[in-house]
Design a protein around this ligand. Structure first.
Ligand SMILES: [Zn+2]
Length: 376
């Protein structure tokens, strides 16, 4: 990951580059920002820039020996600490990042924007949470005690430092207070408030903002090969979160299904045809729990968009052409009198599904209530 691979964040990239070119690199940094904004990718690019031997005024060269190793995350002076735990295939007392370094490299090569839960899935943590334990801090201290192998600097990236237990945090604090020579710590956090205040105060803060809509849209057009208007629709639902945008793109199949079923359900509600409503409830109850929830959440979005259209509000988002055609016909049935109960019923159904209620009953109950509301 180099600066040129980062989505947007131009201002921040320039600032980081400047600290290196002007020789103002602090020994401890805290990169923080929302999920999907590229906090870890920025720290990786910054590390690569520090370690590059042929850097220019905007980025690492990408071709020196150091860049080659950084690109594969195998540079001997680039150290990683991240949350781990025992797994079915690795069951020993004190697991540390070193036990998962091969998986970690693959995870970063796949997509360094990925979220924490995706990392847990990647290493099959099942229901366990990852932690950064005391053994990990001990190991880190002894590694950093050694001289660097190839570069002037050693760089340590600690991903999700909020997953450190107290003992580990205190050990890290000692390292930050009396840093080993020529060592740079990059803490990469989504929840800096959960860090020890003493750790936080030792670090130079780098606040990473959400990706701007323009930058995110451009990235989708270029990397995902989709037309600009479709990219813009996805971006409007993504809140500057690249992972969310990718998910929305891969969800188009689900969206198509949800749209078709939502349209059918609304038509049956309008006709108040009991046999049709029973049949639909039956069908929806056969879906997996996740898909049932996804359908109901889709319904909520359609209600919102319809109301917005009804009041001629700007900023309406349609993902598919079918939605664009259907919604103006449907919108007149959603109004100030029924929008709140409509929304409440859908939310109640989501709530019930999450609590393992019987899907057939939930969907039939919902369908009958919506049929009554749609005529109001
Ligand atoms: Zn280089």
């Amino acid at each position: 990951m180099f600066f040129r691979d980062i989505i947007g964040q131009g201002v921040l990239k320039n600032r980081l580059v400047q600290t290196v070119t002007e020789n103002r690199v602090s020994h401890a940094w805290l990169f923080f920002g929302p999920e999907g904004a590229g906090v870890l990718p920025l720290a990786l690019a910054f590390a690569g820039y520090i370690l590059c031997t042929g850097r220019n005024e905007t980025d690492a060269c990408g071709s020196c020996a150091s860049c080659n190793k950084v690109g594969k995350y195998i540079h001997p002076d680039l150290h990683f600490v991240f949350p781990v735990n025992k797994t079915r295939s690795l069951d020993k007392d004190s697991v540390t990042s070193d036990d998962f370094i091969a998986e970690w490299r693959n995870f970063l090569l796949k997509n360094p924007y990925s979220r924490l839960t995706q990392w847990y899935d990647f290493i099959d943590l099942e229901n366990k949470q990852g932690v950064i334990n005391t053994e990990e801090s001990k190991r880190l201290a002894s590694k950093l005690f050694l001289k660097s192998f190839e570069s002037d600097y050693k760089v340590v990236i600690i991903w999700q430092p909020e997953k450190m237990n107290d003992q580990a945090s205190n050990k890290l604090l000692k390292l930050l207070e009396e840093p080993p020579s020529l060592t740079i710590f990059l803490l990469v956090s989504e929840n800096p408030d959960q860090l020890l205040a003493t750790v936080r105060s030792r670090c130079f803060p780098v606040k990473v903002p959400r990706i701007s809509d323009t930058d995110l849209s451009l990235a989708l057009v270029n990397s995902q090969n989709i037309p600009k208007d479709k990219a813009e629709n996805i971006v409007r639902l993504s809140s500057g979160n690249y992972m969310k945008a990718l998910e929305l793109m891969s969800e188009t199949e689900d969206i198509r299904y949800n749209f078709a079923k939502f349209r059918d359900l609304m038509r049956s509600c309008f006709k108040a045809s009991i046999p049709e409503l029973v049949k639909m409830a039956e069908e929806l109850s056969m879906l997996t729990r996740e898909k049932q929830k996804s359908f109901l959440e889709y319904g909520l979005r359609m209600i919102r968009e319809s109301l917005a259209l009804h009041f001629n509000e700007a900023g309406i988002v349609f993902i598919s052409e079918e939605e664009k055609e259907f919604t103006p016909n449907f919108a007149p049935f959603i109004n100030g009198r029924n929008v709140v109960p409509f929304t409440n019923e859908l939310n109640q159904a989501i709530h019930d599904i999450e609590r393992n209620a019987n899907g057939r009953i939930v969907f039939l109950d919902l369908a009958l209530k919506l049929a009554a509301l749609i005529k109001r």
